[in-house]
Design a protein around this ligand. Structure first.
Ligand SMILES: [Zn+2]
Ligand SMILES: [Zn+2]
Length: 155
């Protein structure tokens, strides 16, 4: 769970970005950041909209979409295209050390950490004359969640 200091820092970073781009900073946009920090996991635009609705926030879908776009532009959010139509987002500050396992049947996402993958991304970069900045790995598989995964019924 992100703490209040994180939210303030994110809001500050976002405000600076909006000022530079001459976009308006609004209550709604700040509320979106606050709720994202509360969620502290992957989400798509619809899931965030439903979450904010349930919390009683008066924020339109259009505002959520445009705010997610701006938060991605200023690198507060990472945008993932795991599979299917909708993009998933997560706070960039969560990212450095994890990769993703994605179930191709039910869409379940699991985060994992594996030091050797990180080391490989560094050595491969070096081998081809690059300096590694970060890596992002997605492993597509089928999971064994008996409650939600369709694949499981075939076992
Ligand atoms: Zn993640
Ligand atoms: Zn599954």
């Amino acid at each position: 769970m992100a703490n209040n200091a994180d939210v303030e820092q994110l809001a500050h970073q976002f405000a600076e970005f909006l000022k530079k781009k001459k976009y308006r900073n609004t209550q709604e946009r700040n509320k979106v950041i606050e709720r994202i920090a509360e969620l502290d996991e992957h989400f798509n635009a619809d899931e965030l909209y439903l979450y904010m609705n349930a919390k009683g926030d008066k924020v339109s879908r259009a505002t959520i979409y445009s705010t997610l776009d701006l938060l991605t532009q200023c690198h507060i959010l990472m945008k993932h295209r795991f599979q299917g139509e909708s993009a998933h987002f997560e706070l960039a500050s969560r990212m450095p050390n994890h990769d993703h396992l994605i179930c191709v049947e039910c869409g379940r996402i699991v985060e994992f950490r594996e030091k050797s993958i990180d080391a490989i991304s560094v050595s491969v970069s070096k081998e081809f004359g690059f300096k590694r900045i970060r890596h992002s790995l997605q492993v597509f598989a089928v999971c064994h969640d008996p409650t939600s995964c369709e694949h499981n019924t075939q076992d």
